[in-house]
Design a protein around this ligand. Structure first.
Ligand code: FPP
Length: 252
């Protein structure tokens, strides 16, 4: 049976998040500059978005540029921004054809003005699509996001719109960039690194983590299927016992 046929489409994760890693190493293996790896990473972005939408996944979130990535050599940062701009503009029609809504999280004000402008245009032009939401995490870090949420919360309290007693997890969730989105059930990281790197720290509290040695530019639909099949063999207990989970399953 093919990997795709092994997927139970009734038990798909609603939200898959991916830490795309290994572009630089892939380029090195091919005797090329790091930017060559990023360019080839775009194919993997397209493949994973297409595969996720075809299966019926509702949200796909990709860690495309972290707050810390600004510290990379200027030539690489510029090339990444250029690639992002090009990709967004090239893909708007495909996103619309496939009924995919584009979304972005992160410190978008820190992006070059031209990137922000085209990103906002693409978000606007795809806003009615409802098959899948593709979120790009850009100039994103989870600690930055949490600090922003805390500032918004403090402001609400100062204005009397909220009291400390009213603060709960739901209230904090709503103030994060991902407010309104379900938490990812599955987080994938490529390239054999076992780190979270400041990505969605709040939202992955109960996510299943999947690590693969595949370098991002080599990531294809089959790799996404393999991650989902693996996910579907996990027992998600959310702090309960295996017996409790199985009783609930038997009652269904
Ligand atoms: C990590 O690999 C990858 C990035 C920092 C950038 C990801 C960007 C893309 C896949 C291309 C454009 C994306 C979109 C959404 C248009 P790395 O450079 O850290 O690799 P290394 O660990 O091997 O050095």
């Amino acid at each position: 049976m093919s990997l795709k046929d092994q997927i139970n489409t009734g038990q798909l994760p609603k939200h898959i998040a991916i830490i795309m890693d290994g572009n630089g190493r892939w380029a090195k293996q091919h005797g090329q500059h790091r930017v060559f790896g990023h360019k080839n990473g775009v194919t993997a972005v397209r493949e994973s978005a297409e595969a996720a939408a075809e299966l019926g996944v509702s949200y796909l979130t990709l860690y495309a540029f972290s707050t810390e990535n600004w510290n990379r050599p200027k030539i690489e940062v510029n090339a990444l921004m250029q690639l992002l701009l090009q990709t967004i503009n090239n893909e708007i029609s495909t996103l619309n054809k496939n009924n995919i809504r584009l979304n972005a999280i992160g410190d978008l004000d820190s992006l070059p003005a031209i990137n922000r402008k085209h990103l906002m245009k693409a978000i606007e032009e795809t806003k009615h699509n409802d098959r899948m939401t593709l979120t790009l995490a850009l100039s994103y870090s989870s600690r930055w996001e949490i600090v922003q949420a805390v500032k918004k919360l403090a402001d609400k309290i100062v204005k009397g719109e909220c009291t400390p007693e009213m603060v709960d997890a739901q209230c904090i969730e709503g103030l994060l960039n991902t407010g309104g989105m379900p938490d990812p059930e599955l987080l994938i990281r490529t390239s054999g690194e076992f780190r979270i790197s400041n990505f969605m720290l709040w939202q992955i509290a109960y996510s299943e983590l999947y690590f693969t040695n595949t370098l991002w530019p080599d990531f294809r639909k089959e790799d996404l299927y393999a991650a989902i099949v693996d996910y579907q063999h996990r027992e998600r207990r959310f702090g309960k016992t295996s017996e409790q989970i199985n009783i609930v399953k038997d009652q269904k």
